[in-house]
Design a protein around this ligand. Sequence first.
Ligand SMILES: Cc1cc2nc3c(=O)[nH]c(=O)nc-3n(C[C@H](O)[C@H](O)[C@H](O)COP(=O)(O)OP(=O)(O)OC[C@H]3O[C@@H](n4cnc5c(N)ncnc54)[C@H](O)[C@@H]3O)c2cc1C
Length: 311
Amino acid sequence: MSLLRQPILLLARSEAVKKLVSTMPVSSGIVTSYVPGEGTEAAVEATARLVDDGLTVTLDYLGEDTLDAAQADATVAAYLDVLQALSSRGLARNAEVSVKLSAIGQALPDGGHKIALDNARTICRAARNAGTTVTLDMEDHTTTDSTLQILAELRRDFPETGAVLQAYLHRTEDDCRRLAHEGSRVRLCKGAYNEPESVAFQDKLDVDKSYVRCMKVLLQGDGYPMLATHDPRMIAIGRSIASDTGRARGSYEFQMLYGIRPEEQKRLAGEGESMRVYIPYGLEWYGYLMRRLAERPQNLSFFVKSLISKK
Ligand SMILES: Cc1cc2nc3c(=O)[nH]c(=O)nc-3n(C[C@H](O)[C@H](O)[C@H](O)COP(=O)(O)OP(=O)(O)OC[C@H]3O[C@@H](n4cnc5c(N)ncnc54)[C@H](O)[C@@H]3O)c2cc1C
């Protein structure tokens, strides 16, 4: 893990830094390179551009840390709006949605699990009516069991619902085995939260080794693996395992974040791989942007310059 990651994440919690960054219009270069905009229209326009380039998309409405039921309802409404827009623009076949359960009520003190399940059901129903699917994002390890339980309950009515597993958690190889069955869509990522040693590998090499073991389990299984990584080594190993296991193109896919390695996204698609781009959008772009900067401190000097020039 990067040495700068923790200080940046700490700085990100400072109200003064937040205020300064939040005064940047979303059209500022550094923000729009990771988040196309705050509303449905900007998200759908970005989707249309990527689909034109031969890519598929998953849209995430940024609304973490939901503190009350009204905020959760507003997030659900944003998903219904974007699903409607995807359907009417004829984009739903190539674009699904990703949902953070914390944004739709999972952390609420009274009945959060049930509220999140009911809200997720509403979004799954709208996605199905639009002709597309939902993938449940995975958050910090204290939510993993609740999220996988909600997945299991949703899959009774909406078996097309996907989940995310994080290779940095010790438990994940076993979770991959449990979810590598027919009809199961699993996105494998390395993991983006600061997790303790008791539950997660701390060393980058150990995380990478776990990612490879998990890819093997998923690609050898009967489900639909979604390999979410920008790491050239993981991508090369994933392609090699897929070929060794006789996986046909289109029976698995790669995923990357909007604005990260865009040329590589197009190159892989050009070589016949399925490539899906995760597009975050919405008013709550600040926390997302800070996590991306923490992962890639090289971008920090560009970020600071853009802050100064916008003042
Ligand atoms: C589609 C998608 C969905 C995700 N969903 C979740 C989720 O639900 N829960 C969760 O915890 N995390 C999620 N993540 C984040 C993920 O866990 C990682 O934090 C993030 O992807 C960074 O890990 P990495 O695999 O890209 O490789 P890293 O180990 O960060 O980087 C490895 C190598 O990849 C290349 N690389 C990485 N970033 C860049 C960059 N910005 N520019 C150029 N090259 C780069 C470099 O060569 C680098 O050395 C998601 C990621 C993706 C792509």
